[in-house]
Design a protein around this ligand. Structure first.
Ligand code: B3K
Ligand code: ZN
Length: 883
C-alpha cells in the first residue's frame, strides 16, 4: 500500500492558533508492540478509539511509514477504505463511535537521520517524539490534546539489545526463541504521544534510590554506554536535588516506581522529558573534572532539573496545542532557574540568565522571526522552541510571581494543578489559576503573552532641590514586529531604589505617603505608556537604581554615564551594579565605534574594571562577570546597522589596554586564585576559576607580558577541563607558535571523547584570529566532522555563525557562503538542525551593504533548493520577508 507523496515544492501551509478544533476521536488506550530491527522494525499499534461528538472521519498522522495491514475490532480493513492523505497520514470514514483500530507498519530506524521518531545511534535505539515525531513511529492523532494510557511491549535481539525501556513502570519480561527477548512497560498516567519514549540497546545503568515525602520508593537509573558510568554522579545528584526541591517548594512528588534517564550522543536538542524515561543528550549527563567545564556542570544541573520539573508542568498538566508551548516551557524554565538560584549564588546565576536572554531573545524579538510568547501561527512547530517561548516565557512567569507575591503564586500553582491534572490546557487556564488564587486582575498582564517585541523603557528625571521633590518619569514603547504594527502598553514591574551621591540608599516616600515607613526599595508598576512617580523628602539629587534583579525583560535607556558609573560602583543590587557597568561600557564602545580612530580606555571604564577587581575576594564570580566587557554581539545589537569588524577592533583594543593597565593585579589574581586542592564543583570554587581565567585572558592580551607563558603552563599542567580550555582559548586566539602543538595535543588526547572533541571544534570556530574562516572551512572536511551528529554541527557551524560575529560577517561574504552551503548539505539530512543553524543569515537587515545583499543572495540560494524542508523554508522565507 503506497501513499501519495505531497508535492515537494508546494508552499508549506501555515497553521493558525485560531483554527484549533477538538479532535474528532479520543484515543483512551494505546497498546504498542515493537519488533526491533535496524532497517525493518515492525510496530503494531492497537488504539482504543472513542468518538468525541457527532460522526466524523478519523484522521491519523503518519510520516515515513510503510503500512502492512489494518483491522477494526479484529476485522481486516480493505485497503480501499484507507484514504492516504498528502504528507503521509490516513483517513478512515464511517467508524463506529467506539472501536479498536489496529495497524502494523514497518519503519527503518537506520535510515532515520532526522533523529525524530525511532532512530539508531551507535547501534542503540532511541526515540524523540516532541513535537511531531510519534507519527514517524505509527499512525496516530499526533497532537498533544489526545491523551492515552500506554502499554508497550518491546522485542529485540538479546545480545545486541540487553536493555529494553519505555515509559511508566516495568510490567514483565521474558525470553523468546532465536536469541530474542521482550519487556513490557505500563504507564498508568494518560499522556500525549509526544511524551512516548523507547530506548533499547547495549547500555549500562548507574543506579540510586529516592524516597518521596509520602514514602514512595523510586528506583533511579541513568543508562549510558559502558565506560561512562563514572561520569554520571553529578547528573544523579542533580536529579535527587530537584526531586527534593519540587516537594519542598511546590509539594509536588514523583508519581511512578522508576525514573529512568538514557543518554545519547546523537540528539537534536538538550534533553526530553518523556514520562518516566527522560532521554538526554550526553552533553547534559556526562561530566568528569578532566572532561567537563564548570559551565557543563552547571548545564547538567539545570537541564536535569528542567526535565524532572516537566513531570508536573508539562506531563501531568500538558498543552492543548503547540501554540501553548510556553505553558510548559516558560513555566518550567522559571522553575529550573529558581532551583538553580537556590542551589548556588542566586545573584550570579541571575546575571548569567539575563545575559543569555539578551544574547538570544532580544535579537529574536527584533528580527524577522519575532513572535509572541504564545505565537499566533507557525509553519514548522520545531522552529518555535525559541528563546522567546522559553526564556521570555520564564520572565513573564517571574514577573507574575513578583506582582502577586510568592505565597499567592504558590496557591496559584496548587490551584492550576488541582484543576487541570491529566488535562491538556491553555495559557489562559494558567493565568486564570493565578488570578483566582491571588485576587489580582491579570487581564492586562496577559498582554505579555500576546505581544511580540522587547518593550523599551525610557527614564527622565526632574529634581526640585528647594522642595526635595524628585519626579521619575517612565515611558514605554514596544517597536513594531512582523504582523503586529501597533503595540499596547504592558504592565512593567520596576523594582527600584534611589542612591545619594555617596552611593547610600535614600528613603522612598511617594507623594502622599507617611515619612515613617519609607522603604529603601520598592516596586513601581508602569501600566500606561507614560507615568510619573513623585518622591518627596529627598535631601539631595538622587540617582535611580531601576529594574533591580532585572524585574522585567525590557531595555532601559535614559541614564547618563555619571549615573551608570555611580550605580556600577555602589548599588546594593548586584544586577543593577553589573548592568550599569555593562551599559557604561556599551555606550563608551559605541562612541568609539562611531568615532573611529584608536580606541582609548577612559578613566570611567578603568574605574569600573578596578571596582570589579576589588570584589575579587568577597565575590569572585561577580567580579569575573563585572570585569568582562559586553560581548561583541551585545554591542552590535544596540546599533541600527552593525559594524562587526569595528566592534571587534574596539573590544580587542580595550582588552589589550585593560591587560596593560591591570597587569600586576591580574597576574597576582592568576597566581593566588589557583585551586587550593582537588577540583570542587561548588559556587566559590567555580567563581574563583572564572575570575582567574578572566584575568589570564585579559593579561595575555598585553604585549610583552607573561600571559602567554602562563597559558602554556596552565595548559600543560592539565588538571580540570575548565582551566585547560581557558588556557587553550588564550593560545588559540594568539599568534603563539605553541598553539598548533597544543591543538594537536588536545586532539590526540581526546579524539575518542565526542563531547571533548566538540570543544576542540568550537575553540577554533570562535577564535578571534583573522584566519578563522579558512580554519573552519578546513575543519568542515576533517574526518572527525560528521554532519549527521547535531552536537558536532553545532560545535563547528553553529559556534562559528552565531558565536564569531567578526569572522562570520567577514567583508568577503565567505562566511555567509560557508553557512549557506552547510545548510544546503544539512537540510536533507536533518532539517530541524538545518533550520536552527541558518538563523544568523537571516539578520541581514542590521548589516550594511554590500554584506546585506550577499546575505540575501545566500538566502535566495537556499530557498531555491528543490525539496527544501518546511522548517528551513519558514526561517529563510521569513528572513527574506517573503512569507
Ligand atoms: N521539550 C523538549 C524540547 C523538544 C524540542 C522539539 N523540537 C525539551 C525541553 O524543553 O525540556
Ligand atoms: Zn522544557
Amino acid at each position: 500500500m503506497s501513499a501519495p507523496q505531497a508535492d515537494p515544492d508546494a508552499t508549506p501551509a501555515t497553521i493558525h492558533r485560531q483554527d484549533y478544533r477538538p479532535p474528532a476521536y479520543w484515543v483512551h488506550s494505546v497498546d504498542l508492540h515493537f519488533a526491533l530491527h535496524p532497517t525493518e522494525t515492525v510496530v503494531r499499534a492497537r488504539l482504543g478509539l472513542r468518538r468525541n461528538g457527532g460522526p466524523a472521519p478519523l484522521e491519523l498522522d503518519g510520516e515515513a511509514l510503510t503500512l502492512l495491514d489494518a483491522s477494526i475490532d479484529g476485522v481486516a480493513v480493505e485497503p480501499a477504505r484507507l484514504q492516504h492523505l498528502p504528507g503521509g497520514g490516513l483517513r478512515i470514514d464511517d467508524l463506529p463511535a467506539e472501536c479498536v483500530l489496529e495497524t502494523r507498519v514497518r519503519i527503518s530506524p537506520e535510515a532515520n537521520t532526522e533523529l525524530s521518531g525511532l532512530y539508531l545511534s551507535g547501534g542503540n535505539y532511541f526515540t524523540q517524539c516532541e513535537a511531531e515525531g510519534f507519527r514517524r513511529i505509527t499512525y496516530f492523532p499526533d497532537r498533544p490534546d489526545v491523551m492515552s494510557r500506554y502499554t508497550v511491549t518491546i522485542e529485540a535481539d538479546r545480545a545486541s539489545c540487553p536493555v529494553l525501556l519505555s515509559n511508566g513502570n516495568p510490567a514483565g519480561h521474558g525470553e523468546l526463541p532465536g536469541g530474542r527477548h521482550w519487556a513490557k512497560w505500563e504507564d498508568p498516567h494518560p499522556k500525549p504521544s509526544y511524551l512516548f519514549a523507547l530506548v533499547a540497546g547495549d547500555l549500562v545503568a548507574v543506579r540510586d534510590r529516592f524516597t518521596t515525602q509520602s514514602g514512595r520508593e523510586v528506583a533511579l537509573a541513568i543508562y549510558v554506554r559502558d565506560g561512562d558510568q563514572d561520569a554520571c554522579g553529578h547528573a544523579m545528584d542533580s536529579l535527587k536535588a530537584s526531586m527534593r526541591w519540587d516537594e519542598e517548594e511546590y509539594g509536588l512528588e514523583y508519581d511512578l516506581d522508576v525514573f529512568n534517564i538514557a543518554a545519547v550522543s546523537d540528539f537534536n536538542m538538550g534533553a526530553m522529558e518523556n514520562k518516566g524515561l527522560n532521554v538526554f543528550n550526553t552533553k547534559y549527563i556526562l561530566a568528569r573534572p578532566e572532561t567537563a567545564t564548570d559551565g557543563d556542570y552547571e548545564g547538567i544541573e539545570t537541564v536535569v532539573a528542567h526535565e524532572y520539573f516537566h513531570n508536573w508542568t508539562g506531563n501531568r498538566v500538558t498543552c492543548r496545542d503547540w501554540f501553548q508551548l510556553s505553558l510548559k516551557e516558560g513555566l518550567t524554565v522559571f522553575r529550573d532557574q529558581h532551583f538553580s538560584e537556590a542551589m548556588g549564588s542566586a545573584a550570579v546565576k541571575r546575571l548569567a540568565n539575563v545575559r543569555r536572554l539578551r544574547a538570544a531573545q532580544f535579537p529574536e524579538d527584533a528580527g524577522p522571526m519575532a513572535h509572541p510568547v504564545r505565537p499566533d501561527s507557525y509553519v514548522e512547530i520545531n522552529n518555535f522552541y525559541t528563546a522567546t517561548v522559553y526564556q521570555k516565557g520564564s520572565e513573564v512567569v517571574r514577573m507574575m510571581r513578583a506582582l502577586i507575591g510568592p505565597e499567592a503564586f504558590r496557591r496559584g500553582m496548587d490551584l492550576y494543578i488541582q484543576r487541570h491534572d491529566n488535562q491538556a490546557v491553555t495559557i489562559e487556564d494558567f493565568v486564570a489559576a493565578m488570578q483566582d488564587a491571588s485576587g489580582t486582575d491579570l487581564s492586562r498582564f496577559a498582554r505579555w503573552y500576546a505581544q511580540a517585541g522587547t518593550p523599551e523603557l525610557h527614564v527622565t528625571e526632574d529634581f526640585d532641590a528647594a522642595s526635595g521633590r524628585y519626579t521619575l518619569s517612565l515611558a514605554q514603547r514596544t517597536p513594531p514586529t512582523p504582523g503586529q504594527p501597533h503595540k499596547q502598553p504592558v504592565p512593567i514591574p520596576v523594582a527600584m531604589g534611589l542612591l545619594g551621591a555617596g552611593g547610600g540608599a535614600l528613603p522612598l516616600r511617594l507623594r502622599g505617603e507617611n515619612a515613617a515607613d519609607a522603604p529603601a526599595e520598592r516596586v513601581l508598576l508602569l501600566e500606561e505608556a507614560r507615568q510619573d512617580f513623585v518622591f518627596e523628602g529627598l535631601p539631595e539629587r538622587p540617582t535611580p537604581s531601576l529594574l533591580r534583579g532585572f524585574s522585567a525583560p525590557v531595555k532601559l535607556s535614559g541614564l547618563g554615564q555619571d549615573s551608570l558609573g555611580l550605580l556600577a560602583a555602589h548599588d546594593s543590587d548586584p544586577f543593577v551594579a553589573w548592568e550599569s557597568g555593562q551599559q557604561y561600557a556599551t555606550a563608551a564602545m559605541l562612541r568609539m565605534v562611531a568615532q573611529g580612530g584608536e580606541p582609548v580606555l577612559g578613566e570611567g571604564l578603568a574605574a569600573i574594571a578596578a571596582a570589579a577587581l576589588d570584589r575579587a575576594d568577597s565575590d569572585p564570580a561577580f567580579a569575573a562577570e563585572a570585569f568582562a566587557l559586553p560581548s561583541e554581539s551585545f554591542v552590535a545589537d544596540q546599533m541600527p546597522v552593525a559594524d562587526p569588524e569595528a566592534i571587534h577592533a574596539v573590544r580587542q583594543s580595550l582588552r589589550r589596554q585593560l591587560g596593560i593597565r591591570f597587569a600586576p593585579r591580574l597576574a597576582e589574581l592568576h597566581d593566588r586564585l589557583a585551586d587550593p586542592g582537588p577540583y570542587r564543583i561548588d559556587g566559590p570554587s567555580i567563581g574563583r576559576r572564572a575570575l582567574r581565567n578572566a584575568a589570564l585572558s585579559v593579561l595575555s592580551m598585553a604585549p610583552g607580558g607573561d600571559g602567554l607563558r602562563r597559558a602554556r603552563a596552565q595548559y600543560a599542567a592539565g588538571g580540570n577541563m575548565t582551566d585547560v580550555l581557558a588556557a587553550l582559548r588564550v593560545l588559540v586566539d594568539s599568534d603563539d607558535p605553541a598553539r598548533l602543538d597544543a591543538l594537536a595535543d588536545f586532539h590526540a588526547r581526546w579524539r575518542h571523547d565526542p563531547l571533548v572533541l566538540d570543544k576542540w571544534f568550537t575553540l577554533q570556530a570562535t577564535s578571534s584570529r583573522p584566519d578563522t574562516l579558512a580554519t573552519v572551512q578546513v575543519l568542515a572536511l576533517h574526518p572527525d566532522f560528521d554532519i549527521r551528529n547535531p552536537n558536532r554541527v553545532r560545535a563547528l557551524v553553529g559556534a562559528f555563525a552565531a558565536g564569531n560575529p567578526a569572522q562570520f560577517h567577514a567583508a568577503s561574504g565567505e562566511g555567509y557562503r560557508f553557512l549557506a552551503e552547510m545548510v544546503i548539505a544539512l537540510d536533507p539530512v536533518n532539517a530541524q538542525v538545518a533550520a536552527r543553524v541558518v538563523s544568523p543569515l537571516t539578520d541581514w537587515k542590521r548589516q550594511a551593504e554590500p554584506r546585506a545583499a550577499i546575505m540575501r543572495a545566500e538566502l535566495e540560494r537556499i530557498l531555491a533548493r528543490p525539496g527544501l524542508s518546511k522548517g528551513t523554508f519558514e526561517k529563510v522565507s521569513k528572513g527574506l520577508a517573503l512569507h
